[in-house]
Design a binder for this molecule. Sequence first.
Ligand code: PGA
Length: 248
Amino acid sequence: MRRKLAAGNWKMNGTQASLSELTTLAAHHPSAACDILICPPATLITPASQTAGPIAIGAQDCHTADKGAHTGDISASMLKDAGASAVILGHSERREDHGESEDLVRAKARSVMEAGLLAIVCVGESLAERDAQNTLDIIGGQLAGSIPDGATGHNLVVAYEPIWAIGTGKVPTLDQIGEVHDFIRARLERRFGQGVGRSVRLLYGGSVKPGNAADIFAVSNVDGALVGGASLTAADFSPIVRALEAAS
Ligand code: PGA
């Protein structure tokens, strides 16, 4: 059985004052029936990991190398040392803002796995790609390109995040979500074998809110969510966690 995962991506939001949201969230879910992960900005990883109790803390990016002359960058092992247990990789905002290629995302994911952390690899189509009915081709290419060999259910999570649904309030239909999640599952089983393919958790991301979470969590092969805006406050994220617990 795959343990469900409610993951929050704070993006470039949050200061020390935001840590109170984490303490509130932890107090609401002392022993949740699903995993809870918050990925704050790197500046908050250490204090967050010290205050979050049962909530795991992750990062939003890392470098491919373990250490060296890379000004401004942070390696997976340094994130682990700071208190992170997971790293989001290949988010569409990084692919766009920083021109991240499949090869780069794959190398980053490999470094995360080698550091013993969970790699959360994001894939997703643009609206133009969906309109041109290229969604599954695009997702297939991203899966092949950005997931390294050696993936397992312990070191890999895949997040399906249609770019046009991120931060827009627009959400694919439940059928569209199910179609892509079933496709991702089949591709993982084909590449890594049935046992591994079935053990990797698949998250949906893009405008997940308290009001739509339960419906999304009922879709086949949806093992949780990667939540942006609605993860910033305990008031919004907690009902999403509860909806996932109810689906567990
Ligand atoms: P959103 O972001 O929930 O604000 O749409 C999701 C994400 O980018 O992970």
